[in-house]
Design a protein around this ligand. Structure first.
Ligand code: 13P
Length: 269
């Protein structure tokens, strides 16, 4: 399997984005894998702290490795929004392929100090790190100069930026602001969080303007719930999980496929 760095270099150069899809159960993962396999897309599989606690880090690592080996796919497991050095270290030690330290809730210099510590530890295990300044959904957009300074100081491999989106909510991408960040940060991959609530046109614009990784979670969670509602609406008495869950998997897979096509990551494996 090619490295994550290989895919990021290509994504930046060829102007497409590597998708990150989050999961906390086997059905969602099966849907993501099915779409990645059919569309030959490299995929980052994410678990937030909460998702990783529910599922178990060991289980997340084993499941992703198992699918990767069985189908020869380019899958990378990422800790999404790790909030402390210790939790990021744990993910690295348990076998995650990459991690995101989110120090956006910290004062800027403190964020730099902890991010540096995470990068130093992760680098010793050859694990790339995503940093973040200005929380996604906060009123303050990421400052271009600060972003460039943060990347130089910390040595992160990619940066999550706030350009107007929010997790699970509606948002509007500030494309001109993104262009200013891109100009300062150069070829370092930029990450868009909170992509479920923005239009396809905006997503395309963001990719053109330098976004190389896009995180999706809420759209999958909604598909899961809608799928369940649909099957129980039709067959309230159904009790066989593998029967009603296959409808749910199908529905999530449809959403994952749409996103892969929108991000341009198909046929890149
Ligand atoms: P959404 O829940 O809005 O898709 O955002 C996901 C995300 O950014 C995870 O880090």
């Amino acid at each position: 399997m090619s490295s994550l760095d290989y895919y990021f270099k290509r994504a930046v150069k060829e102007k497409w984005a590597i998708p990150q899809f989050n999961f906390s159960n086997l059905e969602t993962l099966k849907a993501i894998i099915g779409a990645a396999k059919d569309l030959r897309s490299p995929v980052i599989i994410g678990t937030s702290e909460g998702e990783s606690r529910f599922l178990g880090m060991e289980q997340a690592v084993s499941l992703v490795r198992n699918f990767r080996d069985q189908f020869n796919l380019s899958l990378f497991l990422n800790l999404d929004h790790g909030k402390s050095f210790d939790y990021c270290k744990l993910a690295v030690d348990k076998g995650y392929d990459t991690c995101h330290f989110d120090g956006s809730g910290q004062e800027f210099n403190e964020n730099i100090a902890i991010t540096k510590k995470v990068v130093k530890y992760a680098k010793s295990k050859k694990i790339p790190v995503e940093g973040e300044i200005e929380g996604i959904g906060s009123d303050t957009l990421t400052d271009p100069e600060k972003a460039a300074f943060f990347c130089r100081e910390t040595g992160v491999e990619r940066l999550a930026i706030n350009i107007g989106t929010s997790h699970g909510g509606e948002g509007q991408i500030q494309l001109s602001h993104l262009a200013k960040i891109k100009e300062k940060v150069g070829s370092l991959p930029l990450v868009l969080h909170g992509a479920s609530g923005v239009s396809d046109e905006e997503v395309k614009g963001a990719i053109k303007s330098g976004i190389a990784k896009i995180n999706v979670n809420t759209a999958l969670r909604k598909a899961f719930k809608d799928g369940l509602k649909e099957v129980f609406g039709e067959k309230e008495e159904e009790i066989v999980p593998y029967k009603y869950m296959s409808k749910v998997v199908e529905r999530i897979k449809g959403v994952v496929e749409e996103k892969i096509k929108l991000f341009g990551s198909f046929d890149r494996m």
